[in-house]
Design a protein around this ligand. Structure first.
Ligand code: S3P
Length: 415
């Protein structure tokens, strides 16, 4: 249990951990590329450690020196391995697509939460390319058998970077061209990194096409994760002023800034630059008067992981907010519509669940209380922000799950 005290004022300058999505991809793609690469500012959260251990099992050599990884790729993946993906949806989904093209047998599995999350959404599109991927009633464990892949046109009915990436990684080994289209564009880190590694890939609108390619190792300097920075940005908006340094602001990830614009949060992007094909900036956020907002399906993918926090901000805003088109939240590390609504309720706020979102009636002051993380890192961290901003503070139960994406979250918060 973690006790969290409320604070009248919260300010500071913060260096946040490396981006989770980019770290996964830097390890996975370099692990199957020609040559050696150095990955700096890697996130050593539990999810990324799962990707490292799976890639080692498949034959990549990965040395870890603090937050620097030395990755030597393997051209032939080891067959017959049981790959433990832990809690990580990104590991199991991307890797299923990657190994499906490598003509090997593999079993991919994870913890109880991961085993409850949908895998048919990956197995079905991969089958269109001729992959042999068997799920366990639509879930993990997933069994991959060797097969020859051929290009296909895949239309996804949910916007998902994990599913899109699984198809693209399989498409690297397929004859002909593979295209994947999604209803709203999701994060594009896979596409950017594949292009930097020399893959034959191009995109237009919400469609990406890839042809058979071999990858060349590239060094990656991982920017800080906007999804981790978001908690400190929110504390700036509620309680003072925060500066988050070197944050990745790839436009497919900055939905939190769209939410800030609508809520009336005062912020600025400083020192904007591009490094390693990714946009980076320092983000300064100041205490602001928040008002209720509306978010709909097309807003959701760029803020998918920040939605519990956005809902919390709405609980502190003046007036009513309505968030819809976010059914995906039901199949994250927890059912985040239910766990977020409960979190807001336990703080003393008003949040009504919709099948695909929330209606939140804002109150300027929330009392605080006790919050269960349900072993979901984003819920634990959102709860901590809510308690700091509340009148009386409270407790977070099962807070250790923060280590999935932000191992020193509470230390940083304490500073
Ligand atoms: C991720 C994509 C998102 C996100 C997850 C990381 C990625 O999932 O929620 O935390 O790295 O590709 P979906 O693409 O399934 O929405």
């Amino acid at each position: 249990m973690q006790r969290i005290q409320s604070r009248e004022y919260f300010s500071g300058e913060f260096e946040l951990p490396g981006d989770k999505s980019i770290t996964h991809r830097a390890v996975m793609l370099n692990g199957g590329a020609d040559g050696e690469a150095v990955v700096t500012n890697a996130l050593m959260g539990e999810d990324c450690v799962s990707t490292i251990s799976c890639m080692r099992a498949l034959g990549a050599k990965i040395d870890v020196d603090g937050r620097t990884l030395h990755v030597k790729g393997t051209s032939e993946f080891q067959s017959g391995k049981e790959l433990n993906c832990g809690n990580s949806g990104t590991t199991i989904r991307l890797l299923t697509g990657y190994v499906a093209g490598k003509r090997i047998e593999a079993t991919l599995f994870g913890d109880a939460s991961l085993s409850s999350r949908p895998m048919k959404r990956v197995a079905e599109p991969l089958a269109l390319l001729g992959a042999k991927v068997k799920t366990t009633d639509g879930h993990a464990p997933v069994y991959v058998s060797p097969s020859d892949l051929h290009g296909a046109d895949v239309k996804l009915n949910v916007a998902s970077a994990q599913v899109k990436s699984a198809v693209l990684l399989a498409g690297l080994s397929a004859d002909g061209e593979t295209s994947v289209s999604e209803p709203v564009k999701s994060r594009d880190h896979t596409e950017r990194m594949l292009a930097a590694m020399g893959a034959n890939i191009y995109g237009q609108g919400n469609t990406v096409c890839v042809k058979r390619s071999t990858l060349r190792a590239v060094d990656v300097c991982v920017p800080s994760d906007i999804s981790s920075a978001a908690y400190f940005m929110a504390l700036g908006a509620l309680k003072g002023e925060t500066l988050c340094k070197n944050v990745g602001v790839n436009p497919t990830r900055t939905g939190i800034l769209t939410a800030f614009d609508r809520l009336g949060v005062e912020y600025s992007l400083l020192n904007q630059r591009i490094s390693g094909g990714e946009d980076i900036a320092d983000i300064l956020v100041k205490k602001s008067h928040l008002h209720g907002i509306e978010l709909t399906a097309e807003d959701i993918p760029a803020m998918i992981d920040e939605l519990p926090l956005v809902a919390l901000l709405c609980a502190f805003a003046e007036g009513e907010s309505r968030i819809t088109g976010a059914k995906e939240l039901r199949v994250k590390e927890s059912d985040r519509i239910r766990t977020t609504a409960e979190l807001i309720h336990n703080l003393g706020g008003e949040c009504e669940e919709l099948p695909d979102g929330f209606i939140i009636r804002g109150k300027k002051k929330l009392q605080g209380g006790n919050i269960d993380s349900y072993l979901d890192h984003r819920i634990a961290m959102t709860g901590a922000v809510g308690l700091i901003a509340s009148e009386n503070g409270g407790n977070i139960y099962r807070p250790e799950c923060c280590a999935i994406s932000f191992p020193d979250f509470f230390e940083k918060l304490g500073k």
